[in-house]
Design a protein around this ligand. Structure first.
Ligand SMILES: Cc1cc2nc3c(=O)[nH]c(=O)nc-3n(C[C@H](O)[C@H](O)[C@H](O)COP(=O)(O)O)c2cc1C
Length: 254
């Protein structure tokens, strides 16, 4: 059902032209922003109005959920880093209320509990910074390559670092996307789900996204690892929408 429009009325004492011009500028600048509210400026007699469709207001009123996009591959032209980039673009273009930020795991040292201080409560600065970002977000999008039927060592290292002391992953939702050979990287997805049991990450079950990219070079990703297949982008969008809905449900904000 289309909800009615809210009208914001500006009563002007001087000429209406000036304020209408300002409102039209505001309308134009908002319409070019990713969080477009659907504003319209108009005037009747000595009044200027800014109208806001109520349906757009409720979409905009949703909290912006922050997603940490974590690629298990740290190589430059990685398909999985490409999946995280594509997810960020999709959110910016067409999913109001969801924002993906790349959370890099490349600089984390190899886990060694000798590096911990303060009785296990202190960590090296890069680890502290990583842990803070994990704690700070609402949910996770893992792009997880399959290495020898499992997750990659950089990803396991990152998962382990943020599990030490106070587990930073706990009670947050996550989604997994993969690319690879004959299972599209899917075995890593199932191993990651298993690790997530102890870490207390709540993974969405559906939809799953396994990209069978190995045997069709150039179809899904370009040479820089950018996701170029429109159908896969659409499937990735469905994963993101499912993650958004599940996160809102868990946070009881919807
Ligand atoms: C050590 C290693 C093990 C791999 N094992 C598998 C595997 O078990 N299954 C698979 O589908 N691909 C496997 N691959 C191929 C990766 O899926 C492929 O390199 C993929 O591009 C990695 O993702 P990226 O492009 O994001 O780096 C392996 C690659 C490496 C380097």
């Amino acid at each position: 059902m289309e909800l009615p429009t809210i009208w914001i009325r500006f009563i002007v004492t001087g000429g209406v032209t000036g304020i209408l011009g300002d409102l039209q500028k505001l309308e134009a600048s908002i319409q070019t922003s990713p969080q477009f509210l659907g504003l319209q400026a108009t005037s009747f007699g000595r009044c200027a109005y800014l109208s806001v469709p109520r349906s757009q207001m409720s979409a905009a009123a949703k909290p912006v959920l922050r997603v940490a996009g974590i690629s298990g591959s740290i190589r430059e032209a990685s398909w999985h880093r490409g999946l995280i980039r594509a997810a960020a673009e999709i959110c910016e273009d067409s999913i109001p209320g969801l924002r993906v930020d790349d959370l890099d795991i490349a600089d984390l040292p190899m886990l060694n509990t000798d590096l911990e201080t303060d009785g296990g409560r202190g960590f090296p600065p890069t680890v502290e910074a990583f842990r803070a970002k994990v704690r700070d977000v609402d949910c996770f999008l893992f792009a997880s390559p399959e290495y020898n039927y499992s997750i990659t060592s950089p990803l396991k290292n990152a998962l382990d670092w943020a599990s030490r002391g106070v587990n930073c992953w706990a009670d947050k939702p996550g989604a997994i996307v993969c690319a690879g050979a004959n299972f599209g990287g899917g075995r890593s997805s199932y191993h990651l789900r298993q690790v997530g049991v102890l870490l207390d990450i709540h993974f969405i079950n559906k939809p799953e996204l396994f990209v069978f990219s190995f045997y069709e070079p150039g179809k899904f990703f370009d040479g820089d690892g950018n996701l170029i297949d429109a159908e896969t982008r659409e499937r990735l969008k469905k994963v993101l929408l499912s993650l958004q809905a599940f996160t809102l449900r868990l946070q009881k904000k919807d």
